[in-house]
Design a protein around this ligand. Structure first.
Ligand SMILES: Nc1ncnc2c1ncn2[C@@H]1O[C@H](COP(=O)(O)OP(=O)(O)OP(=O)(O)O)[C@@H](O)[C@H]1O
Length: 720
């Protein structure tokens, strides 16, 4: 059993024959879908409604199938198992049967493919040889074998190639994450195929494949119960739009479309938010106490609400002053109701109040009848206009904008906001657009405001009018029309990446979307920048409910070279000694570098390092710096990179990776937030091959003396 090129060539040729057969068969299947589509169009020519419907179904199904076939086309067959007893089983991105319905390729998600990922030399699961087939398009270009059970290997069984995993890890990174379907490791596979029910928690340090595992788990669950998940909707939530763009290709490359990918700032359709508040403000906005503030805010009268009402009925003047209106407003509020949902009640209490005015006169008009009184008053334009201003249907954006008024916010603060917290909070609500933390507040407001009762579909009767949405004309200019209800959608599967960073209010936002969902939460407690983990845990508990929880821990870092990860880990351990961190498996011989420069040399030093890395690595280069300096640094580097270079701040860097990384001003990154050393740990663990740290202060890695006591016991960290 040797690794001579001639053996390799023969083996590649043998695999190519099988792969060719698979592609030939695929063409037959593909033309079948075209035939189904044509049949659909033929039926539509019959012209009746049923035929048109049939056409839509047939064309849709055929198109879906063809899309799946196309997405799995390149490198379709990526593995082979040689089993005890002589069976050879090929594994691929899709299952393909031959004309006799015998499998030519088994889908990687099928139970029959599981040994490809699970078998080890200690526990070979009947696998004698596992082979990874490397392809370029439809051409087999290399093989990597593992002989798992030498005692069962038949005479002459070839074993060729380098270890598949190492070969894969050494390859350069592009701008998008790639799927790891051919090299999923056993501990990862266990998390991918974990049962769907309840909540699956996947923890692990940087680069242990949490994101990759989470995405492959989505593909696996869609495969194993498509009706449930495709029908019920799948939501994947990541920390930032840059991250979402980075992972966006993995599911299509696995043949899965139609999964909703959102960042925390784009959870609400039609609102794109990337602005981040400073750490203090974000902590206030994310805390559970904000819910109480908002629940008071929604019941305050609109700023434009009139404070008196006057009308003439039966020749008499009926008046309500501010006190009477306030009393009517209070009376309209019922336990458990929402402001928008209470408009009908508001109309009724107004009519009651007006009627009571007439009854309180010394000589109330006896001939007035309540029913006729109500019918006439409520149909009057002046009354309708008054109500539209006094109790308008409002949307979340209006209400949060109104909170830019300090005194209004202070009135809602109760004991939940400190006095000094109100002015910066109010000022932030006046800024253009919304911040990422605001999105959870808007979502909470939507729930608190409720929906106006829908007008019945039939022709409206006069008494239905108060059910109508009436928006103030001035507000129409202030904010967009109310959104469709799609952001309220419930999902049947929700995957949250970087879950350690969600604020309690963000957990509530997700919880509203997954009351009956299967949850997968992915994260690393040591990368958490959130200050109050207990409160976040409480909110997470409430979001995912009390159903069964399963935990998986990934222990091997596949991203960083061992040299780079050792530096990142050593910095973190200076702050939090004794933490359990993953092990990096790949040594490259390229040690990370630290360059201390005077402040006026910083731009040149960063530029020089970037030029050097762009020349040295084949793939992408990232510069990670503080949020404050990011735009400036990007300007210094604007002419470089030709699409291979990205400048991100330390929070945006979450989840991303590059072949070469420059971390600029690490001390600034630490200083940016209260758990800044963890944020720096994230930044230092983004590089696969080269890392250069550029700093103006040589002692950037030293924690303040009170933080670095060697006696400090490390508390075991866990995600929820
Ligand atoms: N089994 C594997 N085979 C090949 N590559 C892998 C494997 N597992 C992970 N990787 C690679 O390791 C890198 C890190 O993976 P991923 O981003 O999923 O890690 P992570 O745990 O989410 O990291 P972080 O917490 O730092 O964001 C990616 O390039 C991924 O493709």
């Amino acid at each position: 059993m040797t690794d001579r090129p001639s053996v390799l060539t023969t083996e590649i040729a043998a695999e190519q024959r099988h792969v060719d057969e698979v592609y030939a068969r695929l063409e037959v299947v593909r033309s079948g879908t075209t035939e189904v589509e044509a049949e659909g169009h033929r039926r539509a020519q019959l012209g009746n409604e049923g035929a048109l419907y049939e056409r839509d179904v047939l064309v849709h199904q055929a198109a879906r199938r063809r899309k799946a076939l196309d997405s799995g086309y390149d490198g379709l067959v990526f593995g082979r198992l040689d089993l005890r007893g002589g069976e050879a089983r090929h594994i691929g991105r899709l299952g393909v049967l031959d004309a006799r319905y015998e499998p030519l390729v088994v889908d990687w998600r099928a139970p029959a493919a599981a040994p490809f990922y699970r078998a080890t030399a200690e526990d070979p699961l009947d696998v004698v040889r596992r082979r990874v087939i490397h392809s370029s398009g439809t051409r087999v270009v290399g093989l990597s074998d593992d002989l798992l059970d030498p005692s069962a290997a038949p005479e002459g069984m070839a074993v060729v190639g380098e270890g598949a995993l190492m070969a894969t890890l050494a390859r350069a990174r592009g701008r998008a994450m790639r799927d790891i379907v051919s090299t999923i490791q056993r501990e990862q596979d266990e998390a991918i195929r974990a049962p769907a029910a309840g909540t699956t928690i996947i923890e692990g340090g940087p680069g242990t494949g949490k994101t990759a595992v989470a995405l492959h788990r989505v593909a696996y669950l869609l495969y194993s119960d498509r009706n449930r998940y495709a029908g019920g909707g799948v939501l994947v939530v990541g920390p930032s739009p840059t991250f979402v763009r980075y992972i966006d290709q993995v599911l299509p490359s696995l043949g899965e479309e139609g999964v909703v990918l959102r960042s925390l700032g784009t959870m609400l359709t039609g609102i794109q938010s990337t602005r981040r508040d400073n750490a203090t403000l974000a902590a206030v906005k994310g805390a559970l106490r904000m819910r109480r503030v908002l629940s008071r805010l929604v019941w305050l009268p609109a700023p434009t609400a009139p404070d008196r009402f006057r009308t003439v009925y039966g020749g008499e003047v009926l008046r309500l002053d501010a006190a009477a209106l306030n009393a009517a407003r209070k009376a309209a509020r019922r336990r458990g109701s929402t402001p928008n949902g209470s408009r009908g009640q508001a109309v009724r209490t107004m009519l009651d109040a007006l009627w009571n005015v007439s009854r309180s006169w010394s000589e109330p008009p006896e001939h007035w009848e309540r029913e006729a009184f109500d019918a006439e008053i409520r149909d009057r334009t002046e009354f309708r206009q008054f109500l539209a201003a006094w109790w308008p249907v409002v949307d979340a954006e209006q209400v949060l904008r109104w909170a830019a008024d300090r005194s209004r916010l202070a009135r809602s603060a109760g004991s939940d906001l400190r006095r000094d917290e109100v002015p910066p909070l109010a000022a932030s609500f006046a800024q253009d657009g919304w911040s990422v933390a605001d999105i959870a507040l808007l979502d909470e407001l939507r729930a608190l405001l409720g929906k106006p009762p829908r007008p019945p579909a039939r022709r409206r009767r006069p008494e239905d009018w108060e059910m109508q949405e009436i928006r103030l004309s001035s507000d129409r200019a202030a904010g967009p029309a109310p959104k469709d209800d799609d952001e309220d959608d419930e999902f049947s599967l929700i995957v949250v990446d970087e879950a350690q960073d969600l604020s309690p209010m963000q957990w509530r936002m997700l919880g509203r979307r997954g009351k009956y969902a299967s949850w997968t939460l992915v994260g690393d407690p040591a990368q958490s920048a959130w200050e109050d983990p207990d409160e976040a845990t409480t909110a997470m508990d409430a979001a995912v409910g009390t159903r069964v929880r399963r935990r998986y821990t990934l222990t091997t870092n596949y991203r960083n070279s061992a040299e780079i990860f050792e530096l990142a880990a050593s910095v973190l351990r200076r702050w939090e000694p004794g933490l359990e961190l993953p092990t990096a498996v790949r040594r490259t011989g390229a040690a990370p570098e630290e360059r201390v420069v005077p402040a006026d040399r910083l731009p040149d030093a960063i530029r020089a390092a970037v030029v050097e890395l762009l020349a040295d690595v084949e793939g992408t280069v990232g510069v990670v710096t503080t949020a404050d300096q990011r735009d400036e640094v990007a300007e210094w580097l604007s002419s470089l990179g030709e699409g291979r270079l990205q400048v991100v701040d330390s929070i945006e860097a979450k989840g991303l990776e590059y072949d070469g990384v420059v971390v600029a001003q690490p001390a600034g990154i630490i200083a940016e937030s209260s758990a800044g050393h963890r944020v720096l740990y994230v930044s230092l663990s983004r590089a696969t091959h080269r890392l250069v740290v550029i700093t103006t202060s040589a002692d950037w890695a030293e924690p303040p003396t009170d933080r670095s006591s060697p006696d400090r016991e490390a508390e075991p960290l866990s995600l929820f």
